[in-house]
Design a protein around this ligand. Structure first.
Ligand SMILES: [Zn+2]
Length: 246
């Protein structure tokens, strides 16, 4: 049987990887779901490794005590923002300046971003034209960017939409990003969506020019966010359940 979620090569094994994982999960999921089992699943590590890392974060003052879910302290949050900022800037540099493949940029940036000092990150941000989002659409912390109101592909009616972002949780899977890229599912691109009732699978294709249809399984369809497309008089409203994922 096919697993619901693919396995992921981790974000490195250091405490910083856990800090970033908690930050990303907090940004992308309801707080009560950000628990140690979810972090283990996200990073593809054992519960024992998570519990050791969480103890380190707790002792380092990065994690709040006595909260039912994993909540970063103000200093933990700030530290995670810097790490994510460096990671996203490395991604932008790799894609924008070096022309590296969109799917590979995340993986390569995992190592490169760790080497940046705040001065290098600032200089790179200026050099790249002050980008607000990573190549996969996530807001870059510290740039004033916020998540836009967008909804998962799994929750929209058939119609035309604009891809807003691919959740950070997908970025560790190079083969999934490659599939999304060949289906034209990249931020800013127009896509056409068809529904497979009653399953959660979604058929999607590039709208301009029309490309071949790709079927996205539910796990992936829940992690690609789109926003309404307004153009040429056609106004396609998102369903009632639309909510921001900030
Ligand atoms: Zn990214």
């Amino acid at each position: 049987m096919k697993p619901e979620q693919p396995s992921r090569a981790g974000w490195g094994g250091g405490a910083d990887a856990y800090l970033m994982a908690i930050y990303v999960l907090f940004r992308e999921e309801p707080p009560e779901r950000v628990v140690s089992a979810r972090v283990a699943e996200y990073l593809g590590v054992s519960p024992v490794s998570v519990s050791r890392a969480l103890t380190r974060l707790l002792h380092g003052g990065d994690l709040e005590r006595k909260v039912p879910w994993l909540k970063l302290t103000a200093s933990g949050w700030r530290r995670a923002e810097v790490l994510l900022r460096h990671h996203h800037l490395a991604e932008r540099w790799l894609t924008d300046e070096l022309g590296l493949n969109w799917a590979l940029a995340h993986q390569e940036a995992e190592r490169i971003g760790q080497a940046f000092s705040p001065q290098v990150a600032e200089a790179l941000w200026q050099r790249l034209g002050r980008p607000q989002r990573c190549p996969h659409g996530s807001p870059i912390p510290g740039t004033g960017a916020a998540n836009t109101v967008a909804v998962a592909l799994s929750g929209v009616d058939a119609g035309t939409y604009v891809v807003d972002r691919v959740l950070e949780q997908v970025e560790g899977f190079t083969e999934l990003l490659t599939r999304l890229q060949s289906a034209g599912l990249m931020p800013g691109k127009q896509v056409e969506v068809a529904r497979h009732q009653p399953t959660e699978e979604v058929s999607v294709r590039s709208a301009r020019p029309p490309g071949p249809w790709t079927i996205l399984e539910p796990w992936l369809a829940r992690r690609v966010l789109v926003r309404a497309h307004y153009g040429r008089g056609d106004q396609l409203a998102l369903p009632e359940s639309v909510h921001g994922t900030a």
